[in-house]
Design a binder for this molecule. Structure first.
Ligand SMILES: NC(=O)c1ccc[n+]([C@@H]2O[C@H](COP(=O)([O-])OP(=O)(O)OC[C@H]3O[C@@H](n4cnc5c(N)ncnc54)[C@H](O)[C@@H]3O)[C@@H](O)[C@H]2O)c1
Length: 372
């Protein structure tokens, strides 16, 4: 199969859908890989690295779209990219169609077969192509919070690990899922005193069994949350209710109970955030202050560490990309119901029920799409 990977064009997106390592695997199986020149540059992969393993470099995105039978990307295609898809071509990338009627309309009009990273499932019902980005955001959260806590950045002037004779900072993590676990682990590793709050007792049990005394767990009742938030130097928001906006767990009034200059890192901001005072920020201007509390609310945190994020993402997408290339999308999806769960659109039809519902478009089942 001819696999194509254009350079990402969304502002400040430096990740790339195919690395030299994943291109090499595809080429070893007899496929061809066409990269737009400079596509991997932002993640530290120059054209020469792709050429060295036998990929071809094309001078424009248009030539990549024209040449490739399957396009592999990171972010949802932008309007100018969407015009270049055609029926019979496969698109494998993050799509997030439910809140995006314009993108959905364009993909349906093009007839492209679109498989979304974010709806591919695994045996446990989890989302294996979202998890790597949650791991990155979780591990990054204490690092960004530590920076926010520095006096020169408006923070409290507290060092996470303390020093001999000076106690460590207190960090609260609300939500002990993928983001929360990784955030807690790193914050504890930096020497902070960490408490993870979650509403799921099985989750708290699991964390306690795995991490022992590395950090504490508390049930996320209103009372416990209020008490721990007021006592913390940094609060990391990491809750998720699948398919819903994040619940607001800390009100504006509660900010006045917090320590002046404390830092909030609201990782759940991509679902609206779990603090009443959260609003999405960008890497250019990540932090703002409300009532003396510093808020870091970047909606695409993994973009800050584009190289790590690219490698983590492509480690997860590669087996699916290879299956799609080896077998063609129909057989690959027919053989693997978890990959089939990623199918969002085919030949002008929506094939993912929740996208159809959100946009008021009649959807067909992905199984039905395998028949035409
Ligand atoms: N900002 C970014 O760059 C970025 C990157 C990756 C993920 N995220 C977001 O981070 C959030 C967490 O993702 P995840 O992968 O860890 O999800 P997850 O499903 O693994 O974990 C969510 C946890 O929140 C808990 N929870 C739900 N409601 C709660 C409540 N009211 N109080 C306490 N705990 C509660 C759940 O029990 C679960 O353990 C999501 O909103 C995700 O979209 C943001």
């Amino acid at each position: 199969m001819r696999i194509g990977c254009p350079k990402e064009i969304k502002t400040h997106e430096y990740r790339v859908g195919v690395t030299p390592a994943t291109a090499r695997e595809a080429i070893a199986r007899g496929h061809e890989v066409f990269m737009e020149t400079g596509a991997g540059g932002g993640a530290g992969f120059p054209d020469a690295d792709y050429l060295a393993i036998g990929a071809k470099i094309l001078p424009t995105a248009a030539e990549v779209f024209e040449t490739a039978e399957m396009i592999v990307k990171v972010k949802e295609p932008q309007a100018v990219e969407r015009k270049q898809f055609r029926e019979g071509q496969v698109l494998f990338t993050y799509l997030h169609l439910a809140p995006d009627p314009d993108q959905t309309r364009d993909l349906l009009e093009s007839g492209v077969t679109a498989i979304a990273y974010e709806t591919v499932t695994d045996r446990d019902g989890a989302l294996p192509l979202l998890a790597p980005m949650s791991e990155v955001a979780g591990r990054l959260a204490p690092q960004m919070g530590a920076w926010t806590l520095q006096k020169s950045n408006g923070g409290r002037g507290v060092l996470l690990g303390g020093v001999p004779g000076v106690g460590p900072a207190k960090v609260a993590v609300i939500g002990g899922g993928v983001v929360g676990t990784h955030a807690a682990r790193i914050a504890a590793g930096m020497g902070a005193e960490v408490t993870v709050l979650d509403l799921s007792l099985p989750r708290l049990r699991h964390l306690d069994e795995v991490f022992g005394s590395v950090f504490r767990t508390r049930y996320a009742s209103k009372g416990n949350t209020e008490e721990i938030v007021a006592d913390s130097d940094m609060v990391i928001g990491a809750v998720l209710i699948p398919g819903a906006a994040a619940p607001k767990l800390v009100s504006r009034a509660q900010l006045s109970t917090m320590k002046p200059g404390a830092a909030i890192v609201d990782v759940a901001i991509d679902q609206g955030g779990c603090f009443e005072t959260s609003k999405a920020t960008t890497h250019d201007d990540p932090v703002y202050e409300v009532d003396g509390i510093m808020h870091y609310c970047v909606a695409n945190m993994p973009g800050a560490v584009a190289r790590t994020s690219t490698i983590a993402l492509t480690n997860a997408t590669m087996p699916f990309m290879l299956a799609l290339a080896d077998k063609g999308w129909k057989k690959a999806c027919g053989d693997d119901k978890h990959l089939l769960a990623g199918l969002n659109a085919h030949a002008g039809r929506v094939t993912y029920a929740a996208v159809g519902e959100a946009l008021g478009i009649e959807a067909i089942t992905p199984e039905a799409a395998l028949r035409f």
